[in-house]
Design a protein around this ligand. Structure first.
Ligand code: PBG
Ligand code: ZN
Length: 326
């Protein structure tokens, strides 16, 4: 015996208003975080080749972009810095007058109710392009923690609401938590890039952030995309070390991991729709092979459906515009 002809799921798809009523996953502007790249200089607004529609901003033009984002209903941005100077230890990453630090102070005073998050890593600041300090040809985990602690603290001092360590060193969440607490920043949160895979989808970003490793790759610290159980282990460790939010990255290739994270934790789960996810949609749409808006909304909805509360996406403004229309 089959349920048909009594059961007819198509009844709930018959018209637009029914589909609207029964939609299970809703995308909202409030759940989007907009990543932005800040550079030295003044009046800079240079388009990033591999990420059409995304730009390098100097602090002054960044302020305008941030206001625009806020006016579209976006609640938070995630800042990446491109320093004027790189060295072996990435020391510009914690300079008081560094680009991110100056951007934070300006944003804090000019765009007060916009959430400010910062990427905490060294790859954009080291001359070798790795996410940690190198000693004897290897990434020295514990020496890197000391530097990351300084970076996070400098961001907190400059006004960051959340710091987001993306380096994948062991123990960094707990270390950063201790440093922040010890220096009077117990209210500054940590958005941990917990399950961060060594992904080809970061390609365009490395052009955007000038952060490609000169030699080797990141597989010694970022996770093997084949490993789902290991992702859980990383998530558990970061939660235990005091992360306030847990992030999975990239997003669309990792929907299963996002779902695992959602089911295991009470903490908010974020997912990062990374540069390569953005660029592939943009490029295919430019060729007329796919519909840009539809693929953007479908991918963002899928990430939310998998269980992400928060989606970090370069489409934030574009999606916000579409969501605001009606
Ligand atoms: C820095 C960092 C990267 C991204 C976010 N933070 C690059 C990397 O790890 O190589 C990727 C973001 C994107 O691709 O949009 N560690
Ligand atoms: Zn890095």
């Amino acid at each position: 015996m089959t349920a048909f002809p009594t059961e007819r799921p198509r009844r709930l798809r018959r018209t637009g208003w029914i589909r609207d009523l029964v939609r299970e996953t809703r995308l909202s502007r409030e759940s989007l975080v907009y990543p932005l790249f800040v550079v030295e200089g003044k009046g800079v607004r240079d388009e990033i080749d591999a990420m059409p529609g995304q730009f390098h901003y100097s602090v002054d033009t960044l302020l305008k972009e941030a206001v625009e984002a806020k006016d579209l209903g976006i609640r938070a941005i995630l800042l990446f810095g491109l320093p004027g100077r790189k060295d072996a230890a990435g020391s510009e990453a914690h300079a008081e007058e560094g680009v991110v630090q100056r951007a934070l102070r300006a944003l804090r005073s000019e765009v007060p109710d916009l959430g400010l998050m910062t990427d905490v890593c060294l790859c954009g600041y080291t001359d070798h392009g790795h996410c940690g300090k190198i000693a004897d040809g290897e990434i020295d985990n514990d020496a890197t923690l000391e530097i990351l602690g300084k970076v996070a603290l400098s961001h907190a001092r400059a006004g960051a609401d959340f710091v987001a360590p993306s380096d994948m060193m062991d123990g960094r969440v707990g270390f950063i938590r201790e440093v922040l607490d010890a220096h009077g920043f117990p209210g500054t949160g940590i958005l941990a890039y917990s399950a961060k895979f060594a992904s080809s989808y970061y390609g365009p970003f490395r052009e955007a952030a000038h952060s490609s490793p000169g030699e080797g790759d990141r597989r010694g610290y970022q996770m093997d995309p084949a490993n789902r159980r290991e992702a859980m282990r990383e998530l558990i460790l970061d939660a235990e070390e005091g992360a306030d939010m847990l992030m999975v990255k990239p997003a669309l290739p990792c929907l299963d991991v996002i779902r695992d994270a959602r089911e295991r934790f009470e903490l908010p789960i974020a997912a990062y729709q990374v540069s390569g996810e953005y660029a592939t949609i943009v490029a295919a749409a430019e060729r007329g092979w796919v519909d840009r808006n539809q693929m953007m909304m479908e991918s963002l909805t899928a990430i939310r459906r998998a269980g992400a509360d928060i989606v970090v996406t370069y489409f934030a403004k574009e999606a916000a515009r579409l969501l605001a229309r009606v």
